[in-house]
Design a protein around this ligand. Structure first.
Ligand code: ATP
Length: 255
């Protein structure tokens, strides 16, 4: 469904992505994991056409058509939607108005009502608060609203940037369960996360990004069992971390 091939993206002459390839199969959840500054957000922004004149190299195809170089609005119309890191809801608009904004690319006005009902089904709290200003919602509710808003464009692929950021463990679990439900209803998901354990638990595939390059790719279940992934991305210490990190670095060069 989505094929990213060997992309390079830079900001101010510094490359944040240095030759990264990934594929998202239709119907799956794919997680990109990595530490702060690895380039996870930059990959999503590059896919969405949000960084001017980028990618500098490589190609991005969605359902067999090139999308690199297209305007974000066109990309959204083609069926990809995006929830940015930190939610970025329109705080001075109501919940309902935020959801309406998500449908701005659509012409099939008659189906919008049905989609709103479906979103209120996923997130009943949004229905309760439909006339409340978005800025007055809690962090978790704002994350739900941001996901709901992205669903209003009827995407086939939903890109999510760190949905767990700043949320309590209980809310993170709830949000991830809803993401999985959305996937089961037919929406493919590309998820960027620092919370590796939670992301892999709902994913089919996972990729690990370090310094703008993927250093590991595989089935989520296999990555969850991998000793290095457990140690360096899930905080399960199996030996002294300094020694372990050197081993990880050496091993990584060969992947
Ligand atoms: P985080 O989890 O902290 O968001 P990330 O893995 O998403 O990290 P990116 O935000 O993609 O990483 O950043 C990758 C690199 O690009 C970092 O070195 C960052 O400092 C740099 N970078 C990101 N945005 C910009 C920008 N607008 N201008 C210049 N450099 C940037």
């Amino acid at each position: 469904m989505l094929e990213v091939k060997n992309i390079e993206t830079y900001y101010d002459l510094i490359y944040a992505i240095r030759g990264a390839s990934l594929a998202v199969e239709a119907g799956t959840v794919t997680a990109i994991l990595g530490n702060n500054g690895a380039g996870k957000s930059t990959i999503l922004k590059t896919i969405m056409g949000l960084i001017e004149d980028q990618p500098d190299k490589g190609t991005i195809e969605f359902k067999g058509r090139r999308i690199d170089g297209l305007d974000t609005e066109k990309i959204v119309r083609m069926g990809i939607s995006y929830v940015p890191e930190g939610r970025q809801v329109f705080e001075e608009l109501t919940v309902f108005e935020n959801l309406q904004m998500g449908a701005y690319t659509r012409k099939d006005r008659e189906n919008i009502r049905t989609d709103l009902d479906e979103i209120f089904n996923y997130f009943p709290v949004l229905k309760e608060r439909r006339n409340q200003w978005a800025g007055t919602l809690s962090g978790g509710e704002q994350q739900m609203l941001a996901i709901g808003r992205a669903l209003m464009s009827r995407p086939e692929l939903l890109c999510l940037d760190e949905p767990s950021l700043g949320l309590s463990p209980i809310l993170v679990k709830e949000i991830f369960q809803i993401i999985k439900t959305i996937n089961r209803k037919g929406v493919s998901i590309l998820l960027v996360e620092q919370n590796a354990r939670m992301a892999l638990s709902i994913s089919d595939y996972g990729l690990i990004l370090e310094n703008g390059r993927f250093v590991m790719k595989g089935k989520a279940a296999e990555l969850m069992r991998d000793k290095d992934v457990k140690e360096f991305y899930m905080g399960v210490r199996s030996e002294s971390s300094a020694k372990g990190y050197q081993r990880w670095k050496r091993k990584k060069r060969w992947r």
